[in-house]
Design a protein around this ligand. Structure first.
Ligand SMILES: *Cc1c(COP(=O)(O)O)cnc(C)c1O
Length: 655
């Protein structure tokens, strides 16, 4: 995908080309693909070669102007001297022919400079469909020019990304501007006395930080258009990598005897996966539910890089470090978690280990408090809590874990909604349950099955009255999947233990936490090692993973991300509603960002098979992975409304 910004000035000679150069340099430094296009060049001081030289980019990387006239004058006049009338259609065509990058498109002169007998630069910007970045001076008497230009842009519906000031620092001028216009002033650049590759790259780094670049190019399209340059040339061909994979790798949840294809992925950006065969597909399931902000998010990548350079790992028994402490603080201070009193964070590596830790904590909690060992657990039918032994034990007993049943501890399963059998179990096995574990409101792996918050609230109350601990497994539903930060909020309950993992690092690195209430934590405190929680993993609280989680958390809390989540929630509801009446659809449901379509196919969850649909969806540019006869969409939060609509359109067409 391609995007761009149109650089216009309040005047000629204001510094448009310098700003363009800095933008190219900044994009390059951030690792994004970039391009420079000057549609109309007049005069003999040519901007395109200058930019290529200052940025050490081969000139062939940038397209030539659509029109070039050597006379240094307004385009319409210069063209007239050559008997030419500049045609906007030709420029638009040239723009459309450009490839996917972040393009800096530089105009000639100011906004109302004539391009031909009828049209001005403003018409050109509209025809290209670009936003404008206005370059303005801090010199005396320039506010008027700046405001007139902004007004002219607004009147014609040209949207302005912001203003870049050029010149000496003048706080009063800046303040005055801010008071009269809502257009953001993004940065100020001093007049550079000398233009050299060094001075350019330094100024670019200082003045066009990532947030400024995002304000200019738009956060959304920014990620989509970026291309990891390094992968070019080293990309291994589809067949050879798949072949080597076949020889050496054992994949999860895969029957290698079926000879199903394994697809090499070369890179991923934003909501897109780039396959080795050249296809770019929308990631409709957030890569097994872990990815929340889109792929290769630069801020998380940067946090990982910085952390890895200072402290990559240290044993977490007897030692601590800032990323682990900061992340724990961020979690326990989150308003809901603070309110329900989940005040201690225990680190591990993945969802299953978070669940194992919670189950073991619950068991030992009762032992430490001097009661008989409570050897049973309560869980919900259709639940999934992970693939390690303890986590398997509390998962749906008739599912794909069935053959391991004899290995596992005793668990009684309650169908969501069935309070009576829950109560019956409590009578029958009084004081034998350590804990009740549940996926609040949505049972992911079972096929995004949803159940009532009222049932959950009552079930939790009943258990807590019996002294049974409650474990909310939000490995999947945490971090706004359901629209709220945690799904248990919908039920207004106070779980004693909470497991989080999947989305925690934004999908970058494995990490998990088990949060415990003060009451649980206190049961392990004594003067004896015996009552301590003797559990840990080699990589517990890995600093790099914690740094990734902190970066992801920060993005999650941003206003922009919150707005996008809400937008996705609303759109999801209306998109699934549209599919409700489709003849092949038996039912639809949604919760927050999760959209679910159950397909009529005369088979149950375990016999239904929508695998061929995955292949066909890929051919339509969308990655989906149905669960039995359940098709679901789980977008990364960076997905635009257009992209999300496309995912659902493809589903409708395939059905
Ligand atoms: C995925 C999942 C797990 C297991 O997490 P892993 O990281 O795959 O071990 C546990 N609980 C729930 C609800 C899950 O969705």
């Amino acid at each position: 995908m391609k995007n761009g910004i149109f650089i216009s000035g309040t005047d000629t000679g204001i510094g448009k080309t310098v700003v363009s150069t800095l933008l190219i340099s900044a994009l390059k430094q951030q690792g994004y693909s970039y391009g420079y296009f000057k549609p109309i060049q007049t005069g003999t001081e040519l901007d395109t070669p200058l930019l290529s030289e200052l940025n050490s980019v081969p000139l062939t990387q940038f397209p030539s102007p659509a029109y070039y006239f050597p006379e240094p004058m307004a385009p319409s006049r210069a063209a007239a001297l050559h008997g030419v009338e500049i045609d906007l259609g030709k420029i638009v065509q040239a723009w459309q022919d450009l490839d996917s990058r972040s393009w800096v498109v530089e105009g000639a002169g100011g906004l109302l400079v004539p391009i031909n007998s009828r049209q001005t630069t403003r018409d050109l910007i509209r025809a290209l469909g670009l936003r404008m970045l206005l370059i303005a001076s801090t010199r005396l008497g320039t506010i008027n020019h700046t405001l007139l230009t902004l007004e002219a842009a607004e009147r014609a519906g040209v949207s302005v990304a912001g203003v870049v000031l050029v010149g000496d620092d003048d706080p009063e001028l800046e303040l005055a501007l801010r008071q009269v216009t809502s257009v953001p002033i993004l940065t100020r650049i001093p007049i550079l006395s000398e233009l050299t590759p060094d001075s350019i790259s330094q100024a670019a780094r200082e003045k066009f930080s990532l947030p400024v670049l995002k304000a200019i190019f738009g956060e959304q399209t920014f990620f989509e258009t970026s291309v990891v340059q390094e992968t070019q040339g080293t990309c291994v061909s589809d067949s050879s990598l798949a072949e080597r994979d076949r020889n050496a790798v054992w994949h999860p949840y895969s029957q290698h005897g079926l000879g199903e294809p394994i697809l090499p992925v070369v890179s991923a950006q934003g909501a897109y996966l780039k396959l080795a065969d050249g296809r770019e597909v929308l990631d409709g399931i957030s890569s097994w539910w872990v990815n929340v902000h889109g792929h290769s998010h630069p801020e998380i990548a940067h946090a990982i890089y910085e952390q890895a350079r200072s402290l990559e790992h240290v044993i977490f028994a007897g030692f601590t470090h800032e990323p682990a402490v900061k992340l724990a603080e961020a979690l326990v201070q989150q308003p809901t978690l603070q309110k329900v009193g989940l005040s201690k964070v225990f680190y591990s590596d993945n969802g299953s280990t978070a669940v194992e830790a919670a189950l073991k904590m619950a068991f030992q909690y009762h032992v430490n408090r001097g009661s008989q060992p409570r050897e049973r657990f309560l869980a919900l039918s259709n639940s999934y809590h992970g693939d390690t032994l303890g986590a398997m034990a509390v998962g749906e007993p008739e599912g794909f874990h069935k053959i391991f049943r004899t290995l596992l501890p005793q668990v009684d399963f309650v169908v969501p909604g069935d309070l009576k059998s829950l109560k019956d179990y409590l009578v029958k096995n009084q004081d034998q349950y350590s804990a009740f574990i549940f996926e609040p409101l949505v049972q992911g792996a079972a096929g995004m099955k949803m159940y009532s918050p009222y049932f959950l609230k009552e079930a939790v109350e009943i258990c807590q009255n019996e002294g049974i601990l409650t474990i909310a497994d939000e490995v999947f539903s945490g971090f706004y999947r359901t629209g709220r930060c945690f799904a248990f909020e919908y039920a207004g309950i106070k779980p004693d233990l909470l497991c989080l993992s999947k989305g925690i690092t934004g999908g970058f690195l494995p990490l998990a936490v088990t949060l415990a209430s003060e009451q649980v934590f206190k049961a392990f405190l004594s003067q004896e090692v015996r009552t301590a929680f003797l559990h840990g993993h080699s990589y517990t609280a890995n600093p790099v993973a914690c740094a990734a989680a902190l970066a992801s958390w920060k993005i999650l809390q941003s206003e922009d991300c919150q707005k996008r989540i809400q937008a996705i929630c609303q759109q999801t509801e209306s998109e699934v509603a549209k599919l409700r009446t489709h003849p092949r659809v038996s039912s639809v449901r949604s919760l927050g960002t999760i959209g679910v379509i159950e397909v009529e196919m005369g088979g149950s969850y375990f016999t239904g098979n929508l695998k061929s649909l995955t292949r066909k969806a890929l051919d339509h540019g969308v990655f989906l992975r149905p669960l039995g006869n359940v098709l679901y969409v789980l977008p990364p939060y960076c997905m635009t409304s257009g992209e999300l609509a496309r995912v659902y359109t493809v589903i409708g067409e395939l059905l």
